[in-house]
Design a protein around this ligand. Sequence first.
Ligand code: AMP
Length: 190
Amino acid sequence: MLNIVLFGPPGAGKGTQAEFLIQSFGLIHLSTGDLLRSEIAAGTKLGLEAKAFMEKGELVPDAVVIGMIKSKLEANKDAKGFIFDGFPRTVDQAKALDELLDANGTPISGMLSLEVEKQELINRLLNRGKISGRADDQDQSIIENRINVYNEKTSPLIEYYKKQNKHFGINGMGTIEEIAGRLKAVVDKL
Ligand code: AMP
């Protein structure tokens, strides 16, 4: 089983690159951002609760996202592996994920961390906002807040996975194909 954490700040290209990895390795894509947006679209209570955080560029509470991931893991017991995209985003989420996966005897294989300069992140998000209509990608102050939240609460996960010898830094600048090639080369060796 291949369990990959695809990591990086907002705008690093996690969603785009996850598509390539799914095709190459037959994994299931679990994006907490996508799952939350589906809940909002379906008008569920969970979606309503999450929306208020997402609109400000704040993190949705750990218990909510951990619960979503837990039910997806239970619903896909026969999977070849998973790509976790946008999850974990806090140390508590990473610990919960380790516990869930250890219970199945299928730990994280590696954390692939996309490294992209801040101005490039902002440019990519603003461009994506024009196409996707995502409100949190259209407002520079919300984007800045998401990057700050990443630096404060999410980037400590680099150390968390380094301690487990599972961290792989990947240059996330360049064309989509170049970056996909770099990721594939690492996953091939896991
Ligand atoms: P994303 O699609 O990954 O950029 O996520 C969009 C928004 O959803 C984030 O800004 C957060 O508000 C929320 N979100 C997504 N994943 C998580 C997570 N693992 N923990 C907390 N909030 C999350």
